[in-house]
Design a protein around this ligand. Sequence first.
Ligand code: SF4
Length: 426
Amino acid sequence: MALAVCVVVRYRKAVTYGVHALLAALETAKVEHELRLGTTPEETAEHIKATTADRVITLWSFYSPDAEAMAAELATVKQLSDGRGLHIAGGVHATAEPQQVIDAGWDLAGIGEGESTIISLVRALQDDAPLTSVPGLAIRDSDGVALRTRPAPQLPLDAFPSFVGRHGPIEITRGCRYTCRFCQTPFMFGGQFRHRSVASVREHVRSMVDRGLRDVRFITPTSLSYGSPGPDPDLDKVEELLAGVKEELPPHGRVFFGSFPSEVRPEHVTPEAMRLLKRYVANDNIIIGAQSGSDKVLAASGRGHGTSPVRDAVRIAVEHGFRPNVDFIFGMPGESPEDQAQSLALAGELADMGARIHTHTFMPLPGTPWRDAEPAFIPLSTMSELDRLAQRGDAYGHWRKQAEHAARLAETAKAYPRRTKRRRTS
Ligand code: SF4
């Protein structure tokens, strides 16, 4: 007889989309389990202690900058729950640094996309089968080394829904064909786009409408790439998507596209694309990734566009009634004082055109080609200029906090040199 399994989730607002996808996978595959959501460390520990299930697995997911804080929470939860059950860390940080999360106290790290892994993991616990049979895991061995099982497959996006019985943005595209050296997306989800079909998106929207919801948002690395395999947008596909969603919505329903939690690439912002969006979307802003005002830095970062399309994109977006929110990253590796001056100048120019600048500090994120790269120094003069833009209401962002994260990530990267202690289970 199968053992009863309780899945406890350390449920945090920052990671609900990914967690909802995992829970949806368990629902879709009809895997029997008890589910408990802990919104605080204390509540999580209470759930672990309270369940009468035979096996307890607690799911954690976090981004790299939160890894340290989550490790401290894990210690608290383990102590409060008398060390009961297993704890697994998933998401992009665990995928990139499995040894680090195992050393920090998790029993398992989920590597890559979690849907197939969570299904196999819960089934293995039910059957009391060895966890080495579960794909997409790193498992602590007796020496404390993170041993990897076979990789989890990267399935078509329609294989699993974005959510079941919950709601949130619908993931319409996973993976990214671009190769920005600071970004974890291609590393985590692969270097090709996988698009959800319009039929599947419409099904999500119908379930939302049934629950009385009227606003639809999307998750995608680059909104206007929807339906396209390559660098050029396929606006017919985008229109099929937006028209299909509108058809499912009541008259007061709203579609948000190219705005939070997604963005558009600057070279995709054309008059045709903006006219199309205007016909369907409710957002008054779009998010454009510019990243730098230096063509040299853009080339080094592998962005695949220069500064000129950024200016064009902001002008075109404003002409079509959108307020552009434009992402900039300061302190990218190799960025000279001249490059920073060019970024500040472009940021000011775009703000004068009507854009708001979303400022970021470069973080050497695990899994990216720039994991071990030295962030460029950001002098006081640059910081003062960013503050001045913010005071004028032309800039926003957590760039000071990110500078602290960057310093911590660089320290951790030194402690965990790339490609060490990686062995596979047989
Ligand atoms: S920054 Fe955007 S376009 Fe570049 S690789 Fe990441 S998701 Fe793709």
